[in-house]
Design a protein around this ligand. Structure first.
Ligand code: ATP
Length: 364
């Protein structure tokens, strides 16, 4: 990571009684980075966020914020601020009063506070809403008020615990773009907790994927998607087909694998995150990396395989096909963008598949 670290976590453990919620978290988060903690329910994301904020003592390890050890430092003395899932808006106050609430003990003059509130409201697109009663706001607007209230204190790190989960899909997408814009504008570090992989991919510079209190992989979205380090990460991020594969040769940075249903394929050694150990493994391939060949089309390098369409799921802009390749026990999922003039195949049709070996990942 080339950025200056603003959060440094070293061997962080957290026990709740006998329960080991965080199991040795080590990571650096950079200044100005949009960082996400992604994982299934109960993996420890919120616990880690609360440990950074100081709402949770850690059992072992070290949390540095801006280079300073945070042991024993209470939340209000840390350069962080948190936006909660529930927003915690005071309904009886106006929007401006809500946003200015954090400044009440700041020693600023009334004029300075008024200006700061105005700037914060401007930042979140609520400049005209200052005098509106907070209870008369939509979900998206409440979310903006919560953000303005957190940002007005000028934290170095903004911690966001599932901030969009209460919004409907459309509004969530709008707010995702807003949050990206806002983060770029203010330039401070955002750490987002989410269990929604799509949200993490859309918004983050880097993502830590967590399972059972550990970071399974920490990478930028594209690397996570293209080069997952384990089958578990691959399954959690997007969908992937897994085909039984046997390593039949290795040398000069290349690995030769025999993939059930697709035949022999040469891979780069970098496509084998668990190392090609010979013997049996699995090849992972994303649905969009498999293509159905239409009449007259041929695959590069003769990489073609025949099968039968077992399921058709039509989405308008694209279609998912489950295709049972000849000689294999389970179908693979193929996603095809729908094009004008290209017929959507029917259930039971024969289909010829092609693939690009560069899109494959070998798990041994
Ligand atoms: P979710 O997405 O459901 O919020 P999460 O990944 O944020 O999940 P955490 O809330 O960090 O998970 O919880 C991690 C584990 O620690 C869970 O099994 C949870 O039950 C447990 N846990 C959290 N807080 C406490 C507590 N105060 N006392 C005991 N166990 C706790």
């Amino acid at each position: 990571m080339s950025r200056t670290p603003i959060v440094t976590l070293t061997g962080v453990h957290k026990y709740y009684g006998d329960y080991h919620a965080l199991r040795g978290i080590t990571a650096e988060i950079g200044q100005g980075e949009f960082f996400s903690l992604l994982g299934p329910s109960g993996c420890g994301k919120t616990t880690l966020l609360r440990a950074i904020a100081g709402f949770e003592d850690i059992s072992e390890g070290q949390v540095l914020l801006d280079g300073k050890d945070m042991e024993g430092v209470p939340p209000n003395r840390r350069p962080t601020n948190m936006v909660f899932q529930s927003y915690a808006i005071f309904p009886h106050m106006s929007v401006a009063e809500n946003v200015g609430f954090g400044l009440r003990r700041s020693g600023k003059s009334a004029e300075e506070k008024r200006r700061a509130v105005g700037e914060a409201l401007e930042m979140v697109g609520l400049a005209k809403f200052g005098s509106r009663a907070a209870h008369a706001l939509s979900g998206g607007q409440r979310q903006r008020v919560a953000l303005a209230r957190a940002l007005i204190l000028k934290p170095k790190v903004l911690l966001l615990d599932e901030p969009l989960s209460a919004l409907d899909k459309k509004m969530r997408e709008v707010m995702q773009v807003e949050l990206i814009r806002l983060q770029r504008e203010v330039g401070i570090t955002f750490i987002l907790v989410t269990h929604d992989q799509e949200e993490a991919l859309v918004m983050s510079d880097r993502i830590a994927v967590m399972f059972e209190g550990e970071i399974a992989q920490l990478d930028d979205p594209e690397t996570l998607y293209r080069r997952p380090k384990s089958r578990r990460v691959a399954e959690f991020i997007g969908s992937m087909n897994f085909l039984p594969a046997t390593v039949v040769g290795e040398g000069n940075g290349r690995v030769s694998v025999e993939v059930l249903g697709l035949g022999r394929t040469e891979l780069d050694a970098a496509q084998c995150p668990s190392g090609a150990r010979g013997g049996a493994g699995e090849v992972g391939v994303r649905p969009e990396s498999l293509t159905i060949l239409y009449e007259g089309q041929t695959a590069e390098g003769g990489r073609e395989a025949d099968g039968t369409v077992k399921e058709v799921v039509y989405y308008g802009d694209m279609t998912y096909y489950d295709v049972l390749l000849d000689g294999t026990p389970a179908p693979v999922r193929v996603s095809m963008r729908n094009m004008p003039g290209r017929k959507v195949l029917d259930f039971g049709a024969r289909a010829r598949l092609a693939w690009d070996p560069r899109s494959m990942v070998l798990f041994c």
